[in-house]
Design a protein around this ligand. Sequence first.
Ligand code: ZN
Length: 339
Amino acid sequence: MRVAARYFDGRSAAAIPVELALAPDGTVCLTGPVGVRSYRLADIRVSTRLGSVPRELRLPDGGLCEVTDHAALDSLLAAARYRDPADWVHRLEQHWGWALTAVVAVAAILAFAVLVGIPTLARTAAATIPPELDRVLGEQALAALDQMLLRPTTVSPEGKAELRALLAGVAADAPGEWSFRLELRSSHELGANALALPSGIVVVTDQLLEAADNDDQLRAVMAHEVGHVVYRHSLRMILQQSGTALFSLVLLGDASSLSSAVAGLPVMAVTARHSREFEAEADDYALAWMDRHQIPREAWADMLRNLEAAVNTEGWQPGFLASHPRTEDRIGKAGELRR
Ligand SMILES: [Zn+2]
């Protein structure tokens, strides 16, 4: 097996045609006008195969061989049991399977960054953001909601006072420096619904009040919303969405998503559907609070059933439920954990 090569002696630019061959003792033998020379393969630095680029063999005496016959060189190297340390690049080029695997791997890494990395960053970032930002976002979100979806409540002033006292009682032992405030509204669009806005504004709809049978059920809903506030879910959701937008700006050069994310912060605080993880955290907070205050967990399960029934009969937007884990699962959790 002979491989044609162009030999450069390292001193002049002249290319000398030579032949390379594998000697029986495993050395590489160079034959041509320069005579016969032999080298140990271990002393030769062979460049990695990259497409059809000529490969270079750097010889220990300063000479260099250039080979364009890739197939012949490959079989010589294979016969010499040569292993290219950087061969995987070539394999990737040669095999679609590998290339596809690489693409899938990159996609998986990106997905991991978006699904896990950004939420983790958002949680860390939320902890460093002063509560003042929550207050501004909360007020803006309420103003946006009032424009878009909310109407004045029909609850009497006495009823309002009672419900505010109810929330104050639920929020009394909430950790952190939140100023909880109950906002009652009517909303056909949101239906029987409750929302926690940043900084501690809890919005409860008249429709939800109608769906509740007693104060304990309302306490359960309020405790769930207090959980959202305590864990700063709205702010974290905003940061996550901005983070995803920032990520796509850096990777894809798509600035539009970031600018719209910044412009839409208040609206996002309202419309951002809480993730199942956030809902589970808020549920856990509510159930723990109810346990501490000897409020039977049935109140929570019954309230969830009432909300589902309200959605089914009235055809309301199932806002409170849609973004939440399946009602049956949540009711099940309320039952299981009661010990
Ligand atoms: Zn929730």
